[in-house]
Design a binder for this molecule. Structure first.
Ligand code: MN
Length: 227
């Protein structure tokens, strides 16, 4: 059977130093996974079950540009490490979770904070705040075979050369195996899934012309211009 229209292009991330692409299935994003960031968003970071929202696979962008989106005057940066899965399953045990990880990257969970805040107030879903076009600028992936599985190390973001966000991967409230165990109790994790693992404190607004430089120790550097 033929498709009645052209099928949408498969969203994908490049692999650093390789001609191969990683095809993206879903993007799961954890909220408030660093205590200081939970506090700055007005929440008590006491250990409670994690929560997730999704971005769309084709929200990823690797060309170093972030087009300022419509309908907002308060777009925030959230620097995050991302995890790319080569396999999945349901009810994954934390001790087996990293076997499913292909690699890692550095990405931004760009957020229309004003629209997200409105949605929170009204008890509405977050898509308009989180899952818009180009909302996930990313680096190419680096393979776990090359770098291992980072569980500590600096994560930071500079805007126009000034440090805005800073933290350490070891400050995650839910580590990556814990996140995968939890997601896979509610969804089937699959090859091609990407997890955005949360942002440290210091989130703030960007404007057109800003140059963002994000970094995760052992993973890489992400440079993005707001256009
Ligand atoms: Mn985030």
């Amino acid at each position: 059977m033929a498709y009645i229209i052209d099928p949408p292009r498969q969203a994908a991330l490049p692999i650093a130093g390789s001609p191969q692409l990683f095809p993206v299935h879903r993007i799961y994003c954890i909220g408030r996974n660093y205590a200081e960031h939970a506090r700055e968003m007005g929440h008590d970071p006491n250990r409670e079950p994690p929560f997730f929202f999704q971005k769309n696979p084709d929200n990823l962008r690797v060309d170093g540009k972030f087009p300022y989106p419509s309908g907002t005057s308060d777009v925030h940066h959230e620097i995050e490490m991302i995890v790319a899965l080569k396999s999945g399953g349901v009810n994954i045990k934390p001790e087996a979770a990293l076997d499913h990880v292909l690699g890692y990257g550095v990405a931004l969970d760009m957020t229309r904070r004003d629209l997200q805040g409105e949605a929170k107030k009204l008890g509405r879903p977050w898509e308009i705040g989180k899952a818009f076009e180009h909302s996930a600028p990313s680096t190419p992936l680096v393979l776990a075979d090359a770098i291992g599985h980072p569980s500590q190390g600096a994560i930071w973001l500079d805007v126009n050369g000034k440090r805005r966000q800073t933290g350490d991967l070891n400050q995650m409230i839910w580590d990556i195996p814990g996140q995968m165990a939890y997601i896979s109790s509610l969804f089937e994790l699959r090859a091609g899934d990407v997890i955005m693992t949360g942002t440290p404190s210091g989130v703030a607004a960007v404007v057109r012309g800003d140059v963002l430089h994000g970094h995760v120790d052992g993973v890489g550097d992400l440079k993005v211009e707001v256009v």
